[in-house]
Ligand binder design. Structure first.
Ligand code: PMP
Length: 395
């Protein structure tokens, strides 16, 4: 008798993904995090890292993680409300609140979980969520999980947001606006002052995702909220410890009462194990470095300006997605061109991932600049782009 296979559709689905050039798989990086990445034994210049300040491979963060492991072990062994809370967690939360200028902060196992849990704790079936169309997956899925009515506004379009508020706001109990501050796959930043003004006018909550901004933007590295001089305004900030902070985990920074509410209502914080001592201590040390070393940020912005200027001067015909951050994307016509250029860059000694649908609407090569890149590494990238784009004649 022929047996039915309830899993057969999975192979068919994988085949469709392959045919669309959307198939993804992992690649091992064999070296310490930094401006070089060893892949298959070859040393490449790394333009694919979110470790913007080079702190994931910094000897001070590594030492802090090792010492915390020796002192407290490898795991937190329980959720924060049961047996998994340590003074180290509180110290990190105090440091995040200090950096952000908020009353309090709460640390999660990842930024993704911070968004899922916080958004679904803040909004429910009777509520409205307005979400930028280009928001990160974790914001979108947090909104879905909440059960609220979700309406997307056009990317960074304040007029569209205003119209949607006019149409929908009064039909719902509460309203939450959610947006990335730095858009992770484009590199542009949201018009935060105008969005905040609309939120205040409409009695709406505002949650901003500072994942790619914390440590980089603002005078003290607090993020885009500080960049726009909005510290102390009525908004909720979330972010990750895994990019400029160089560790693992997520956070929410907000008022005492919001943090207290999350400790009591946020499932992705309550029912999960506390952050490991190593991750916690590394993040704490990274925040100390960020707070005391503004030169790191200056170096990063110098590198960003140098790369943008060289690309603009040498390749005026190249399509760069408009960016105000260390994320610089070369827009390409389709997924197979993006894949092919990614491979050619790798052959020329550069690691920079091709990003394709469904992650983004259009295919691209995503370059991320680090504070620790040397001028010669940036020059190498520009030369590689020159060679490849002359051969491929893609503009
Ligand atoms: N928000 C944004 C904008 C991100 O880019 C990411 C990570 N890619 C996250 C949230 C999730 O953070 P984490 O990696 O800590 O889960």
């Amino acid at each position: 008798m022929n047996q039915l296979n309830p899993y057969a559709w999975i192979d068919r689905s994988l085949e469709t993904i392959r045919q669309a050039n959307w198939y993804r798989s992992v690649r091992s990086i064999e070296s310490l995090p930094g401006t070089q990445a060893t892949i298959d034994g070859r040393v490449l210049i790394n333009f694919g890292s979110n470790d913007y300040l080079g702190l994931a491979g910094d000897e001070r963060t590594i030492r802090a993680a090792m010492q915390a492991t020796q002192q407290f072990g490898t795991g937190a062994t329980g959720s924060r409300l049961t047996s998994g809370h340590k003074q180290l967690h509180q110290d990190l939360e105090d440091a995040i609140a200090g950096l952000k200028g908020t009353e309090a902060a709460l640390v999660f196992s990842s930024g993704y979980l911070a968004n899922l849990g916080t958004i679904s704790a803040l909004a429910g079936k009777q509520d409205l969520i307005l979400s930028d169309r280009a928001n990160h997956s974790s914001l979108k899925n947090g909104a879905r999980l909440s059960g609220a009515k979700v309406v997307e506004y056009r990317h960074c379009d304040v007029d569209d947001l205003r119209e949607l508020l006019k149409t929908h706001r009064d039909n719902y109990r509460r309203c939450l606006i959610i947006t990335d501050t730095v858009f992770s796959m484009d590199g542009d930043i949201c018009p935060l002052p105008a969005i905040l003004a609309l939120a205040i006018e409409s009695n709406a909550m505002l949650l901003v995702d500072e994942a790619h901004a914390t440590g980089i933007f603002g005078k003290t590295g607090a993020g885009v909220v500080e960049h726009f001089d909005l510290v102390g305004q009525p908004l909720i900030e979330m972010g990750t410890l895994s990019k400029a902070i160089g560790s693992l985990g997520g956070y929410v920074a907000a008022s005492n009462s919001i943090v207290d509410f999350l400790k009591n209502r946020c499932a992705s914080w309550i029912y999960t194990t506390g952050l490991s001592p190593a991750d916690t201590a590394a993040a704490l040390t990274a925040i100390e470095i960020i707070s005391t070393t503004p030169q790191l940020r200056q170096q990063l912005w110098q590198n960003v300006a140098a790369l943008k200027q060289q690309i603009a001067e040498r390749f005026p015909e190249l399509r760069l997605i408009s960016s105000q951050s260390p994320i610089i994307c070369l827009e390409l016509p389709d997924a197979s061109t993006a894949m092919s250029i990614g491979i050619q860059l790798q052959q020329a000694g550069i690691f920079a991932p091709a990003i394709r649908p469904p992650t983004v609407p259009t295919s691209r090569i995503r370059l991320s600049v680090m504070a620790t890149h040397q001028p010669a590494q940036i020059a190498h990238l520009v030369t590689a782009i020159a060679q490849i784009f002359t051969l491929t004649s893609v503009s």
